[in-house]
Design a protein around this ligand. Structure first.
Ligand code: HEM
Length: 425
């Protein structure tokens, strides 16, 4: 029987209230001032993701668009989206990962971990610092140091604006974020101009790819388009991975059996010595590590949801989703649904030994907007885990817990103390 989803019909009206209300459902709310359908139903969510461009279009809150810019991947559609999505994807495809991006990851991970002994380490802080430096290197060839640091400082004022009230009065978080965006734009304009004057053509970074890009008529991208895309990748590509690194440490701390099995998998890799790099072949040969990563992504739900809008009335599973309504596939609801995952709130990497339907697991979204950096993220996590578990043991300094809204964070930034497994190394 056909149903039209009515406002307030089911469940909660506040996102963070949903965790206690049961899952596997379609219900409505009013978010960011718009009537919104929230779906934690695998079939409906998959339909929404797959039909991007047909019945749905990405539609992020105004504050996101103000900050990321009108040419960021999140807010472009149709042919331009297809072209720039393809370009971003080609920048982090498997052959580039294998040929040189994985080497960067190895270097940056090892450099971070080399400073972790004999002090309290706030994993969340360190991971964010490292992944920011890494993406700044991969996008812009910025070396670690002053230039990256100054970009990072502006970035953190900028990112604070995403979930703030859109109030443009002096001193508000939002207007500080807009100011930070302008500062970042200035820095990126300098980088573009330097590159245009530079005779060296050997850069292998995303900026080089964006500067070289031409459409069918031979037209290059404008500086505004390039800047918004760099900023989009900078935002999409580092805190997500850093938070996954942080949470995997938390989950392994609480599950010694998984830590033990993970450590053995890495120690057994062709009997590697601690400190030796993880190679591409190793990466393809660590199934338990991939299970740990999947389980971390499932439980952590770093991307809580994505934002879409129905472009026409559309019926799915007996529901009519009205044209113009916002639609949010809510990944936390999906990934913690006890009907889909037994003991859904338990960290259980062994559950991945059974096949789990792809519609039930969408940490990277799906359809035409599937995350372009998913393999880079998996490699960063694999290299991090490899060096962490083969070189160190650790203990939490104090109890810490996950804050899940509006973005996932550890309340105390996950303080740990780290010891070398083998002090003679
Ligand atoms: C654990 C880490 C990550 C998670 C959980 C994650 C999650 C997601 C999700 C859910 C989307 C879909 C957005 C939508 O449909 O509207 C997405 C898109 C995207 N991600 Fe990631 N991501 C991660 C890492 C990365 C990395 C490392 C990069 C950098 C290369 C990256 C770049 C992007 C880009 C550019 C998009 C936009 C794609 C488009 O709209 O065409 N992500 N990501």
């Amino acid at each position: 029987m056909e149903q039209t989803v009515q406002e307030g019909e089911r469940c909660s009206t506040r996102l963070h209230g949903m965790a206690s209300r049961g899952y596997g459902n379609v219900f409505t709310s009013n978010l960011f001032g718009s009537p919104t359908i929230i779906t934690a139903d695998a079939e409906v969510s998959k339909f929404v993701l797959q039909n991007e461009g047909k019945y749905f279009r990405a539609s992020y809150p105004k504050s996101f668009v103000d900050l990321l810019g009108k040419y960021s991947l999140l807010d472009i559609h149709g042919e331009l989206h297809k072209r720039l999505h393809g370009l971003a994807l080609s920048f982090v495809n498997s052959s580039k990962l294998k040929d040189y991006l994985m080497d960067d990851v190895e270097r940056y991970v090892q450099s971070m971990l080399s400073t972790w002994q004999n002090r309290v380490v706030y994993v969340q802080e360190e991971a964010k610092l490292m992944t920011f430096s890494l993406i700044a290197k991969q996008l812009l060839s910025f070396p670690p140091g002053e230039r990256t640091q100054s970009l990072k400082n502006e970035y953190y004022r900028f990112v604070a604006g995403f979930f703030s009230m859109r109030i443009s009065l002096p001193g508000t978080t939002y207007s500080k974020a807009i100011q930070a965006r302008q500062n970042i734009v200035r820095k990126l304009t300098v980088a573009i101009n330097e590159r245009k004057q530079d005779k060296i053509t050997e850069y292998k970074d995303m900026l080089a790819a964006l500067l070289d890009e031409k459409d069918a008529n031979g037209e290059s991208l404008t500086d505004d388009q390039i800047i918004d895309n760099v900023l989009g990748l900078l935002s999409a590509g580092h805190e997500t991975t850093a938070m996954s690194m942080t949470l995997v440490v938390k989950y392994l701390t609480d599950c010694p059996k998984a830590l033990q099995q993970l450590r053995e998998e890495h120690q057994n890799l062709k009997k590697k010595k601690a400190g030796e790099s993880l190679t591409w072949d190793d990466y393809k040969n660590i199934p338990f590590t991939q299970n740990v990563i999947n389980e971390t992504l499932r439980l952590a739900n770093i991307a809580l949801s994505v934002f879409r809008e129905a472009t026409q009335d559309i019926e799915i599973k007996g529901y009519t989703l009205p044209k113009g309504w916002k639609v949010m596939p809510y990944f936390r609801g999906l990934h913690l649904d006890p009907a889909l995952y037994k003991d859904a709130k338990k960290f259980d990497p062994w559950r991945w030994e059974e096949r789990i339907p792809s519609a039930n697991f969408t940490p990277f979204g799906g359809g035409p907007r599937l995350c372009v950096g998913l393999e880079l993220a998996r490699i960063e996590l694999s290299c991090f885990l490899h060096h962490l578990v083969t070189r160190f043991s650790w203990k939490p300094v104090e109890e810490d817990y996950v804050v899940a809204f509006p973005v996932t964070n550890m309340k105390k930034k996950l303080p740990i103390v780290v010891k070398l497994l083998n002090p003679d190394q």
